[in-house]
Write a protein that binds this ligand. Sequence first.
Ligand code: PEP
Ligand code: MN
Length: 360
Amino acid sequence: MKNSKEMRTWLDDMQLDHPLVIAGPCSAETEEQVLKIAHELKDTDVSYYRAGIWKPRTRPGNFEGVGILGLKWLQKVKAETGMKTCTEVANRAHVELALEHDIDLLWIGARTSVSPFIMQEIADALAGTDKIVLVKNPINPDLSLWLGGIERLHTAGIKNLGAIHRGFSTYEKTKYRNIPEWQLAIEFKNKFPDLPLINDPSHITGNREMIFDVSQTALDLNFDGLMIETHFDPDNAWSDAAQQVTPAKLVQIMKDLKIRKESDPEAEYNKELTNLRAQIDVIDNQLIESLGKRMKISDSIGKLKKEKNVAVLQSNRWNQILGAMILEGESKGLSEEFVLRMFKAIHQESINHQEKIVNN
Ligand code: PEP
Ligand code: MN
């Protein structure tokens, strides 16, 4: 992974000595709520105050945002606290209104970045702006779609760009609201090393208890900042109640996070090492996850074999797998000996699982 940046970005110009922090409520609810949270965040590491004005909800009938009224509240936030402001835009009309109200940073949400039509409409509406524009990953894990949206903005002459990783939707039930698929974010960073990449642990976890851990992983993977939903009364928030933290909790999280600065050669080495190790951890977790899934399928095969009274060990099938995997491993630089040993271990575990089922 490239660590040394070649281009100065809007984020470098901010000269922060800590990761960028964007915080504020999921939704602007009332003027009092917006201002109260802003004042509680005023003297913290938070540089940008967020609040959703137009809320794209999965099902109609839920709170859908206060609309243009909220832009005026954000202007008040800036006047009263000095914090810069940001909100989500999802079409041309939103862009025009946000620019009219001098919102400093606009982000494009996960339900918008899936659509090249809308991304082009927004790019055209923003053409030539010097506002900061951040693109959230699309809800489905499609790197090209994410990159494509950013390229549309770049082509429209938007210079101050960045991205937000907010996890991906999946049919599978996991402990996350949106699974991080860290590998994809790492790939993103490799493709665009100069583009600031912000992590959104709130929408990844959906649960305030997990925000610290996901934030730490993000920083270990060299993310440039965090966007964390913050509310003075999270449980009674009008949207995303389970994932919001109080301003005091946010300050505690920022204090506890290990932030690795690039200052001397030793620190640089440690940072690179931590980053590579974090990548290894991601892959090791994927390996265990995949092996667990493989054994579940193996269990189903065990049940089938039991019904049909078929022997657990099918040598032909096993030799086929082994041959194919040795070839596959070779193409990835893995020795035959290693692939053999690994697959023997996997196969043995599979047999143990099936034996248990067949003999039960
Ligand atoms: C949000 O940031 O409040 C939001 C709606 O996020 P996402 O687009 O990631 O779902
Ligand atoms: Mn939200």
